[in-house]
Design a protein around this ligand. Structure first.
Ligand SMILES: [Zn+2]
Length: 212
Protein backbone atom coordinates (compact mmCIF):
# COMPACT_ATOMS: atom_id res chain seq x y z
CA UNK A 1 0.00 0.00 0.00
CA UNK A 2 1.26 3.47 -0.89
CA UNK A 3 2.00 5.59 2.18
CA UNK A 4 0.19 8.91 2.07
CA UNK A 5 1.36 12.02 3.90
CA UNK A 6 -0.85 13.69 6.46
CA UNK A 7 -0.91 16.78 4.21
CA UNK A 8 -2.23 14.75 1.27
CA UNK A 9 -5.07 13.41 3.42
CA UNK A 10 -5.90 16.80 4.91
CA UNK A 11 -5.94 18.34 1.44
CA UNK A 12 -8.41 15.71 0.21
CA UNK A 13 -10.67 16.15 3.25
CA UNK A 14 -10.60 19.91 2.73
CA UNK A 15 -11.63 19.56 -0.92
CA UNK A 16 -14.50 17.26 0.04
CA UNK A 17 -15.60 19.62 2.78
CA UNK A 18 -15.76 22.53 0.34
CA UNK A 19 -17.70 20.54 -2.30
CA UNK A 20 -20.02 19.13 0.38
CA UNK A 21 -20.87 22.63 1.57
CA UNK A 22 -21.58 23.89 -1.95
CA UNK A 23 -23.74 20.92 -2.92
CA UNK A 24 -25.61 20.95 0.40
CA UNK A 25 -26.55 24.59 -0.33
CA UNK A 26 -28.17 23.29 -3.56
CA UNK A 27 -30.08 20.64 -1.60
CA UNK A 28 -28.26 17.87 -3.42
CA UNK A 29 -28.05 15.59 -0.32
CA UNK A 30 -31.67 15.00 0.72
CA UNK A 31 -32.11 12.57 3.62
CA UNK A 32 -28.32 12.00 4.08
CA UNK A 33 -28.17 10.62 0.52
CA UNK A 34 -25.28 11.13 -1.86
CA UNK A 35 -21.54 10.65 -1.48
CA UNK A 36 -18.35 12.36 -2.57
CA UNK A 37 -14.84 11.03 -3.03
CA UNK A 38 -11.41 12.28 -4.06
CA UNK A 39 -8.48 10.02 -4.87
CA UNK A 40 -5.38 10.60 -2.76
CA UNK A 41 -2.06 9.67 -4.35
CA UNK A 42 -1.48 7.71 -7.54
CA UNK A 43 -2.84 4.45 -8.87
CA UNK A 44 -0.01 1.88 -8.79
CA UNK A 45 -0.43 -1.75 -9.84
CA UNK A 46 -4.18 -1.41 -9.48
CA UNK A 47 -3.85 -0.15 -5.91
CA UNK A 48 -5.08 3.25 -4.80
CA UNK A 49 -6.74 5.10 -1.94
CA UNK A 50 -9.45 7.69 -1.83
CA UNK A 51 -11.17 9.89 0.72
CA UNK A 52 -14.94 9.43 0.87
CA UNK A 53 -17.88 10.72 2.87
CA UNK A 54 -18.86 8.53 5.83
CA UNK A 55 -22.20 6.75 5.74
CA UNK A 56 -25.41 8.23 7.13
CA UNK A 57 -24.16 11.74 8.03
CA UNK A 58 -26.12 14.93 7.59
CA UNK A 59 -24.05 16.60 4.87
CA UNK A 60 -25.40 20.07 5.60
CA UNK A 61 -23.21 20.29 8.73
CA UNK A 62 -19.46 19.81 9.26
CA UNK A 63 -18.18 17.35 11.88
CA UNK A 64 -14.79 15.66 12.52
CA UNK A 65 -16.41 12.38 11.42
CA UNK A 66 -17.38 13.37 7.89
CA UNK A 67 -14.69 11.58 5.84
CA UNK A 68 -12.47 8.53 5.86
CA UNK A 69 -9.85 6.93 3.65
CA UNK A 70 -10.43 3.61 1.91
CA UNK A 71 -8.46 1.48 -0.54
CA UNK A 72 -9.35 0.12 -4.00
CA UNK A 73 -11.56 -2.52 -2.34
CA UNK A 74 -13.48 0.03 -0.27
CA UNK A 75 -11.80 -1.05 2.97
CA UNK A 76 -10.75 1.70 5.45
CA UNK A 77 -6.97 2.19 5.49
CA UNK A 78 -6.72 4.18 8.74
CA UNK A 79 -7.98 3.15 12.18
CA UNK A 80 -11.54 4.52 12.28
CA UNK A 81 -14.96 3.75 13.69
CA UNK A 82 -16.55 5.37 10.64
CA UNK A 83 -18.24 3.31 7.99
CA UNK A 84 -17.76 4.12 4.31
CA UNK A 85 -20.94 4.61 2.33
CA UNK A 86 -22.52 1.39 1.06
CA UNK A 87 -22.01 2.75 -2.44
CA UNK A 88 -18.23 2.96 -2.01
CA UNK A 89 -17.87 -0.13 -4.23
CA UNK A 90 -19.25 1.85 -7.16
CA UNK A 91 -16.60 4.53 -6.57
CA UNK A 92 -13.93 1.78 -6.50
CA UNK A 93 -15.08 0.49 -9.88
CA UNK A 94 -15.25 3.94 -11.51
CA UNK A 95 -11.70 4.76 -10.31
CA UNK A 96 -10.52 1.40 -11.60
CA UNK A 97 -12.16 1.83 -15.02
CA UNK A 98 -11.38 5.50 -15.65
CA UNK A 99 -8.35 6.41 -13.53
CA UNK A 100 -10.20 9.60 -12.58
CA UNK A 101 -9.36 11.79 -9.56
CA UNK A 102 -12.77 12.58 -8.05
CA UNK A 103 -16.31 11.15 -8.09
CA UNK A 104 -19.47 12.89 -6.93
CA UNK A 105 -22.81 11.13 -6.49
CA UNK A 106 -26.09 12.97 -5.88
CA UNK A 107 -29.77 12.11 -5.88
CA UNK A 108 -31.88 14.83 -7.47
CA UNK A 109 -35.47 14.94 -8.67
CA UNK A 110 -34.36 15.68 -12.23
CA UNK A 111 -31.79 12.88 -12.52
CA UNK A 112 -34.27 10.43 -10.94
CA UNK A 113 -37.21 11.34 -13.19
CA UNK A 114 -35.18 11.42 -16.39
CA UNK A 115 -33.50 8.08 -15.61
CA UNK A 116 -36.92 6.51 -15.07
CA UNK A 117 -38.27 8.08 -18.25
CA UNK A 118 -35.42 6.66 -20.36
CA UNK A 119 -34.59 3.64 -18.18
CA UNK A 120 -35.92 0.98 -20.57
CA UNK A 121 -33.82 2.37 -23.39
CA UNK A 122 -30.67 2.35 -21.22
CA UNK A 123 -29.47 5.89 -21.86
CA UNK A 124 -30.59 9.52 -21.82
CA UNK A 125 -30.17 11.03 -25.28
CA UNK A 126 -29.19 14.70 -25.45
CA UNK A 127 -28.47 16.60 -28.63
CA UNK A 128 -27.16 20.04 -29.54
CA UNK A 129 -27.32 21.57 -26.08
CA UNK A 130 -24.43 23.95 -25.42
CA UNK A 131 -23.45 22.40 -22.11
CA UNK A 132 -22.42 19.16 -23.83
CA UNK A 133 -19.17 21.09 -24.33
CA UNK A 134 -18.54 20.75 -20.59
CA UNK A 135 -17.58 17.15 -21.43
CA UNK A 136 -14.99 18.35 -23.97
CA UNK A 137 -17.25 17.35 -26.86
CA UNK A 138 -16.99 20.21 -29.32
CA UNK A 139 -18.61 19.00 -32.54
CA UNK A 140 -21.55 20.91 -33.96
CA UNK A 141 -24.96 19.43 -33.14
CA UNK A 142 -23.32 16.78 -30.95
CA UNK A 143 -25.51 13.96 -29.67
CA UNK A 144 -24.60 12.09 -26.52
CA UNK A 145 -26.08 9.12 -24.72
CA UNK A 146 -25.75 9.20 -20.94
CA UNK A 147 -25.76 5.57 -19.71
CA UNK A 148 -28.45 4.37 -17.28
CA UNK A 149 -27.96 1.15 -15.29
CA UNK A 150 -30.50 -0.72 -13.15
CA UNK A 151 -30.64 0.11 -9.46
CA UNK A 152 -30.45 -2.84 -7.08
CA UNK A 153 -30.71 -2.78 -3.28
CA UNK A 154 -27.68 -5.11 -3.26
CA UNK A 155 -24.92 -2.66 -4.25
CA UNK A 156 -22.35 -5.28 -5.38
CA UNK A 157 -24.87 -6.33 -8.07
CA UNK A 158 -24.75 -2.82 -9.53
CA UNK A 159 -20.97 -2.94 -10.03
CA UNK A 160 -20.94 -5.27 -13.10
CA UNK A 161 -23.68 -3.11 -14.65
CA UNK A 162 -21.38 -0.10 -14.30
CA UNK A 163 -18.48 -2.09 -15.78
CA UNK A 164 -20.60 -2.98 -18.77
CA UNK A 165 -22.26 0.38 -19.46
CA UNK A 166 -19.65 2.99 -18.57
CA UNK A 167 -18.64 5.02 -21.64
CA UNK A 168 -15.16 6.55 -21.22
CA UNK A 169 -16.11 9.62 -23.29
CA UNK A 170 -19.11 10.44 -21.06
CA UNK A 171 -17.97 11.26 -17.49
CA UNK A 172 -21.15 10.12 -15.78
CA UNK A 173 -23.49 7.18 -15.29
CA UNK A 174 -27.02 7.18 -13.89
CA UNK A 175 -28.57 4.58 -11.61
CA UNK A 176 -32.22 4.28 -12.57
CA UNK A 177 -34.54 6.18 -10.26
CA UNK A 178 -31.62 6.66 -7.88
CA UNK A 179 -29.00 9.24 -8.87
CA UNK A 180 -25.92 10.10 -10.90
CA UNK A 181 -22.23 9.38 -10.50
CA UNK A 182 -20.12 12.02 -12.24
CA UNK A 183 -16.33 12.12 -12.25
CA UNK A 184 -13.34 14.08 -13.47
CA UNK A 185 -9.56 14.30 -13.35
CA UNK A 186 -9.88 16.32 -10.14
CA UNK A 187 -12.65 17.75 -7.97
CA UNK A 188 -12.87 20.92 -10.10
CA UNK A 189 -13.56 18.89 -13.24
CA UNK A 190 -15.90 16.43 -11.51
CA UNK A 191 -17.96 19.37 -10.22
CA UNK A 192 -18.09 20.93 -13.69
CA UNK A 193 -19.29 17.64 -15.17
CA UNK A 194 -21.91 17.08 -12.47
CA UNK A 195 -23.30 20.60 -12.91
CA UNK A 196 -23.50 20.06 -16.67
CA UNK A 197 -25.30 16.73 -16.26
CA UNK A 198 -27.83 18.23 -13.88
CA UNK A 199 -28.45 21.11 -16.30
CA UNK A 200 -28.99 18.63 -19.13
CA UNK A 201 -31.39 16.50 -17.05
CA UNK A 202 -33.49 19.52 -16.19
CA UNK A 203 -33.41 20.54 -19.86
CA UNK A 204 -34.54 17.07 -21.00
CA UNK A 205 -37.27 16.98 -18.36
CA UNK A 206 -38.66 20.41 -19.26
CA UNK A 207 -38.40 19.84 -23.00
CA UNK A 208 -40.28 16.58 -22.63
CA UNK A 209 -43.10 18.40 -20.83
CA UNK A 210 -43.28 21.09 -23.52
CA UNK A 211 -43.52 18.51 -26.28
CA UNK A 212 -46.52 16.80 -24.70
ZN1 LIG B 1 -27.07 6.90 -3.88
Amino acid sequence: MITLSSEQKQHAFQQLRSIKEQFAARHWFPGTSGNLSVRVGDIADGQFQFAITASGKDKSVHTPEDFLLVNENGVPTDATSLKPSAETLIHCEIYRLTGCGAIFHVHTVFNSIVSELYGDQGYVPVQAVELIKAFNIWEENARIEIPIVPNYAHIPSIVPEVTQSLNPSIPGIVLRNHGIYAWGADSFEAKRHLEAFEFLFEYVYRMDLLRK
